[in-house]
Design a protein around this ligand. Structure first.
Ligand SMILES: [Zn+2]
Length: 408
């Protein structure tokens, strides 16, 4: 998917810029100077740590936010590598940082945090992002500085977090769980940074207030792509893109979702203007991407595909199918209000995967988590079914997912 970013072109430009200042540096020093702007100790170690770099469109970077740039550290490294005095080093540091920033080079924070290949070096790379002289403005650096908890890092945990939430924007989707159960949705694990529609997947912001962590947003680095046909006469091919991010707000302590950014890639319009089809950006047809599905037992969004960890169902949770049929029965009979105790004493009380009736806390937690999908509202100890739950947990989902459960 992503080919590693070469530092060579930036290194060449940097050496030329130094030459214009009357300073000669060899080609081996270029990468050293570049990685110093990120606070990294050496280019060699950056390679050994497998530090992932990306080229982002520089115009898309918020101008008031420095992209992990460490001025003092860069000055120190320049003095060591180039052997110039303090004054000259300051001048060269400004040139170096400006060049790296204009090239759009940055550390791929989402890959550092969420890609299993970087797991063993994650803490070290994140620590390198912390500038001891300035409070962090990136969530990733704030995690490195222990100002924020590290969010869950696995795709499975991310899908579980976003499932109960609702995409925002045009389209009037239900929750992600409802949408994925109803429509074909595909996982685009490494969306293009050039694509504005996927921006939110790469959010990395952190804000301090009164010297304390206040809020943060962190994109999850992937998109769900939903093909749909436009209602125009030409019935043109469009795609909805969900680009989820996690949010943190004091007093914490957890990262959560709160409305998922969604946008539309209008392919026919784009192609008519000479732009690319989405498949050309992705590199494969959308329908060749791993497909998302809903596990009918625990109602998590699951994706199966090469390199993606198997979904392990939480066997202590209630079976979602029991709950959906209970709620539909209640709604159909016009008895829309009920308590946890009503549900637990019902003949079809929700059971876990071992056949035991679930505990009150487990039930409460499940209903609360999935209240939007299940059309529930809670007032004190009473739940009300506002509408008939329409979530479709069968037959496609059941057939495919029971196989994966049998295999698990
Ligand atoms: Zn499951």
């Amino acid at each position: 998917m992503h080919s590693p970013v070469s530092l060579k072109p930036i290194s060449k430009a940097l050496i030329a810029a130094y030459a214009r200042e009357g300073v000669r540096v060899g080609p081996a020093s270029g990468p050293e100077l570049i990685v110093s702007t990120f606070g990294l100790w050496s280019g060699k170690l950056a390679v050994e740590h497998g530090t992932p770099f990306v080229l982002a469109d520089a115009t898309q970077m918020t101008p008031d936010l420095p992209a992990h740039m460490h001025l003092r550290w860069t000055i120190e490294r320049i003095k060591k590598i180039v052997k110039v005095d303090d004054w000259k080093a300051q001048q060269l540091a400004a040139i170096t940082i400006d060049l790296v920033r204009k090239a759009g080079l940055r550390i791929d924070a989402q890959a550092v945090l969420f890609d299993r290949r970087h797991e063993s070096m994650r803490a070290r790379i994140l620590k390198a992002l912390v500038d001891p002289h300035f409070p962090p403005v990136h969530a990733s650096a704030a995690i490195g500085a222990d100002l924020l908890p590290c969010p869950p890092t696995s795709l499975g945990a991310h899908l579980e977090l976003i499932g109960p939430d609702r995409p925002m924007g045009p389209g009037g989707y239900g929750t992600v769980v409802e949408t994925v159960a109803r429509d074909a949705a595909y996982l685009w694990a490494t969306p293009s940074r050039e694509l504005r529609e996927a921006d939110s997947a790469f959010t990395d912001r952190f804000e301090m207030r009164n010297g304390k962590p206040h809020s943060a947003s962190l994109g999850l680095g992937f998109c769900l792509v939903l093909p749909f046909i436009g209602i125009d006469r030409a019935r043109s091919q469009n795609y909805a893109l969900f680009s989820p991010a996690l949010h943190y707000r004091q007093p914490g302590p957890l990262w959560r979702t709160s409305g998922i950014a969604s946008s539309t890639y209008r392919e026919s319009d784009t192609v008519a203007r000479g732009g690319p089809a989405l498949a050309d950006i992705i590199g494969v047809p959308v329908t060749s991407l791993p497909r998302a599905d809903v596990c009918p037992a625990c109602m998590s969004v699951v994706v199966r595909g090469p390199g993606i960890a198997e979904h392990h169902c939480d066997a202590s949770g209630p079976d979602a199918r029991h709950i959906v049929s209970f709620l539909r029965g209640r709604f159909g009979a016009g008895r829309t209000s009920f308590t946890n105790e009503d549900l637990l004493s019902d003949a079809h009380a929700p059971r876990d995967r071992n056949g035991r009736v679930v505990s009150r806390d487990v039930l409460e937690n499940f209903l609360h988590t999935h209240r939007l999908t299940l059309k529930l509202r809670q007032f004190e100890h009473t739940w009300t079914v506002m509408r008939r739950p329409t979530i479709d947990l069968e037959p496609r989902a059941i057939q495919e997912v029971s196989e994966h459960h049998a295999g698990a």
